[in-house]
Ligand binder design. Structure first.
Ligand code: 3HC
Length: 499
């Protein structure tokens, strides 16, 4: 293992836990001891959580041998470099490894943003150089992207994939393209979330809550940016933008500013959130809405089941419900529908200042996401009352503007479109893309499973509404999505989309 930072130490732990000896190489003794400290802290944490015994910890630890220098790599079968993302450093390391390693050894790079091909070309034997891309935290996330280049010798990807399986990971084999699968999909979505924050579309806590409570992702995009590091995220976005050139990949200015300011995330104790005890994850979040529940609510809906369900839930919470906008009430609540603005109904009710929408991302169930939709005329009191009402109903409330997709859809639809475009480009098929996002980023369902569950037509409608409203090319629905919507076929069944 060349480089024992957070990722290198995590990957070393993965191999050592699987019974494989690791030679750990760092630039100097201080860096080496810091790296070993990261490994020790992770193993101790597993012992504290009852996942390892002290004896197992000692055994795993004994398999990691801090090395005096590159010459200790002479006998290894595989060398993985996990050093900073600078081509000149990677090239130097490849030259050293060429010098000391046996000709049969495989040389892997964990690069997340540089071209594996360009790194391989620095080796005298580029056929044995391959990408082996792990995910943070490496001991937990199960994906390894195995990245072959046009120079990679036949069989190397299969050998590395077998090894990944041996250490408990799931390999997905891909070609060398910026961001591979997971980063090419994840980073534009995170960047977009930061753009929504920067433009005042929604608050920090609400953006993260929309993703966790609405899309059921393990972390919100802003908390995840802090975990990945804003500097790392910026460099990946720059590489994606350089390779694909599309506006979707342009780093949002706030990303660059935060990285420039050294507010790089958890590792710096400060990023989008503050981390008073560096290394802890106690970022500020949660429901910030004050509890000022309205006593009487005018409910306006489409006369469907959602409206009826809402009416009985509100009544069951001890709040009077009226359907007549002429009756006095504390709040006009419009049962919001995806893809349809609430402003016309708010104006029709005659008191648009007192009107907000309530959009349920899923079922009306405890903890599920409720988007409190505010128009340009909704008063602050009405928005607070709407949020308090949602909390009273046991829902998780976020505030969202009266724009297509509200908040969760605004985050999700372009992300799903990116996945469809990747498939349309022939880079990876739905199954591999779903596996990558589930095992690399902890998604409970992959992008194509999400599309199939919602229906391609619903995702298409959401994207079309965003595209019509903003005119941005990044919201243009990919033809493959439109074809699935028109034919009514799921990606799980679609033969044309199965690469
Ligand atoms: N190191 C080692 N183990 C860790 C860890 C770390 N840094 N963080 C968490 N864990 C372990 C815990 O010990 C725990 O193990 P246990 O169940 O055996 O006791 C388990 O993970 C779950 O941890 P927690 O209960 O503390 O917390 P959560 O359930 O909230 O899970 C999470 C934490 C696994 C980080 C989860 O939030 C998640 O999956 N987040 C998404 C992370 C993600 O998307 N990663 C990919 C980023 S992109 C990338 O890395 C590519 C790069 O190129 C940029």
């Amino acid at each position: 293992m060349i480089g024992l930072g957070t990722m290198g130490a995590g990957i070393a732990e993965v191999f050592a836990r699987a019974g494989i000896g690791v030679v750990a190489i760092e630039v100097d003794a201080a860096a080496l001891s810091r790296g070993v400290g990261i490994l020790d802290a992770s193993l101790s944490r597993a012992v504290t959580r009852g996942r390892l015994t002290a004896a197992e910890q000692a055994e795993i630890r004994s398999r990691v041998r801090p090395a005096a220098g590159f010459s200790d790599a002479a006998a290894v079968d595989l060398a993985i470099e996990v050093v900073p993302e600078r081509m000149e450093i990677k090239r130097e390391i490849l030259a050293e490894l060429d010098r000391v390693c046996s000709p049969d050894a495989i040389l892997a790079t964990n690069t997340s943003s540089l071209s594996v091909t360009a790194i391989a070309a620095a080796s005298k034997h580029p056929g044995r150089v391959i990408g082996m891309h792990f995910f943070n935290p490496a001991p937990v996330m199960r994906l390894v992207e195995v990245v072959s280049t046009v120079l990679t010798t036949d069989g190397v990807a299969a050998t590395v994939s077998d090894l990944a399986r041996r250490v408990g990971k799931t390999p997905v084999q891909v070609g060398d393209r910026a961001g591979f699968i997971a980063n090419a999909l994840l980073l534009p979505y995170l960047n977009h979330a930061l753009h929504l924050l920067a433009t005042g579309y929604a608050s920090r806590a609400d953006i993260d809550t929309a993703a966790t409570a609405g899309i059921r992702l393990p972390m919100g995009p802003l908390a995840l940016l802090d975990l990945i590091g804003l500097d790392t995220a910026l460099s990946i976005m720059e590489v994606l933008h350089g390779e694909f050139g599309l506006p979707r990949y342009m780093p949002t200015p706030l990303l660059r500013r935060l990285a420039d300011a050294g507010r790089t995330g958890r590792k710096a104790g400060r990023g989008i959130y503050e981390y008073p005890n560096s290394g802890s994850d106690d970022h500020q979040s949660g429901n910030e809405h004050p509890p000022a529940t309205p006593r009487t609510v005018t409910l306006i809906g489409a006369g469907d089941d959602t409206e009826a369900e809402l009416a009985s839930a509100i009544a069951a919470a001890g709040i009077n419900v009226t359907r007549n906008a002429a009756h006095p009430s504390d709040l006009v609540l419009i049962a919001a529908e995806a893809g349809r603005p609430i402003l016309p109904a708010a104006l029709a009710a005659g008191r648009p200042q007192q009107a907000v929408g309530l959009h349920l991302a899923g079922k009306l169930a405890a903890g599920s996401l409720a988007e409190v939709v505010q128009t340009s005329v909704s008063s602050a009191d009405a928005v607070q009352a709407g949020a308090a009402l949602a909390v009273k109903l046991g829902l998780t409330a976020v505030r969202a503007p009266d724009r297509p997709g509200f908040l969760a859809g605004t985050l999700l639809y372009p992300h799903l479109a990116d996945a469809v475009r990747m498939c349309q480009d022939g880079y990876a098929g739905p199954a591999d893309i779903d596996t990558a996002m589930k095992l690399g980023c902890g998604y409970p369902r992959g992008p194509f499973e999400l599309i199939d569950a919602a229906g391609a037509a619903a995702v298409l409608t959401g994207l079309e509404a965003m595209h019509d409203a903003y005119g941005y090319p990044e919201f243009a629905p990919p033809p493959l999505l439109a074809e699935h919507a028109a034919a009514g076929i799921a990606f799980a069944d679609g033969s044309r989309s199965a690469l």
